[in-house]
Write a protein that binds this ligand. Sequence first.
Ligand SMILES: Cc1ncc(C[n+]2csc(CCOP(=O)(O)OP(=O)(O)O)c2C)c(N)n1
Ligand SMILES: [Mg+2]
Length: 564
Amino acid sequence: MTEGAAASEFSAAVLAEFVRQGVRHVVLSPGSRSQALALAAARFESAGLVTLHVRIDERGAGFLALGLAVETEVPTLVVTTSGTAVGNLLPSVLESHHSGVPMILLTADRPEELRGIGSNQTTDQLGMFGSFVRFAREVEAPSVGTFDAGAAVELARAAFSAASGHSGAPGPVHVNLAFREPLSGTFDESVLAGITVGERPDSRHPADSLDVETRPDTVVVAGHSAGSGAEEVARSLGAPLLAEVSSGARFGPNLVAAYRQLLRNPEFGARVKRVIVFGHPTLSREIPSLIERDDVETIVIRGRSGEQYNPGHRVERFADAVRVVAAGPPDPAWVGSWVSASRKLLDVVKVVDPTLARTDDHRAVAEFTRAQLAEFREPVSRRMLVEAIWQKTWPHDRLVFGSSRLIREADSVVPGKRIRVHANRGLAGIDGTVATAVGIALESQFGDASGNSSAGTTRLVLGDLALLHDAGSLLAAPGERLPRMQIIVGNDGGGTIFDTLEVAATAEPESFDRVMYTPQDVRFEALAAAYGWEHRLVTNRGELDEALSTPEGRTIVEVPLPRA
Ligand SMILES: Cc1ncc(C[n+]2csc(CCOP(=O)(O)OP(=O)(O)O)c2C)c(N)n1
Ligand SMILES: [Mg+2]
């Protein structure tokens, strides 16, 4: 074995064990120091063992890996070179930590003797992610003398286990690998033939289950990523289900979509005395205010996040799961009052009466046609936009929201529907949204390395600034897999979420606009064209329905929205 071959043999041995453990996707950004890992990953892809994605920007690569892992629930590998490349992974590491999405960073580094002496592209990489990673390991440069295939296997198992949350919450893991020149050689490709691709690891088994009695004063809150278990518990408890739009539990007979308005209403909010929380609520002020009340007792079901939800440190009990024990049959009046009040609040008034079209009265028919045309030409509002998108999304599709106003709008108005919705609510950044959605789209549409595909479209719904923040992730090199995807950008010329804050009324308008609204006048049509995306401008309901009904390829659907 030559020295370069040692780097490549070691890289192949590490990748082989990751594949055995269940890793299916590798995202990498180019670089010299990481070449042994990168070239081995390319061979693993040719052998059908992993799906490889190449992106030049490590920040986007990290979020792409996160999106892939949201779908697979298995750690995705991210391979980078040394220096600032590694620093660019921090945003996705933070989101991965806070949302409990597994990923494994394999960052290349200079060997010991080249550190701390001003070597090119060399910094202090170990510990760069601080307490945000579940595990950080330094790996010495492989060499002929010390080559140890067993160490490679042990390393991959430990990293995979930590990222998967086998002894804690799932999240990010950092493996910093030194490589000495020559940086790569060949490896024995017979390794590729002998790998059995891993099974999906079992999700954690709930250990600590808490008995909860039915009581007509209890609500179930389903925050981000709560999962469908929250809906089941609400039903068996006979409790109103206050489920956020990305909870995975916004459906079922107990759903209270207008939960924010009802919590503000003393007739409803004040009667709550017990709250059971699943997932991570972030979209309202009403939920934390409820939990902080002195007369309310809160039970939190431990989620995937590296940090448990505990507003005002008021949570009484944490548990891995709840078991409903009936103190008596649930009181149907309790949940019924919430559900019917919510439905009443959200009821849409139908403008056009379709029975008019069936009449012989010419004036009535003309009236109907006029009304229909008017509806068709109605300018798009935020509510109309999110309702139309929700309506057009089906279980084989994916819906992703950015951290702009539109997710809050959707959370206030959309009805129950069992569809897959994601948003980066771990830290609710406006960064990395395009890359995350592309990851979700690619995995849901192409599946694993065996090419399992399901039909379906991924729609990303976000604001103009969030799209511009991650415009670089529109890039995909020739030869990369391309998703079927619509990016629906509500273009209100800047960050209008700040207009909804108290400060908007008190700040000096010019300063407010300069430093908070931050206006932009980007031509999205040109941006789309530059990256090879289609562009559609949608200004009224008719055009919106048409655009949503014909998703093809990769399209940016630009919807101008009024600032107010
Ligand atoms: C990385 C990051 N930087 C800054 C913020 C603060 N922030 C939250 S929303 C927002 C503006 C969003 O604007 P846009 O995407 O156009 O949505 P709109 O509010 O107009 O609906 C900003 C800057 C953030 N959440 N994440
Ligand atoms: Mg905006």
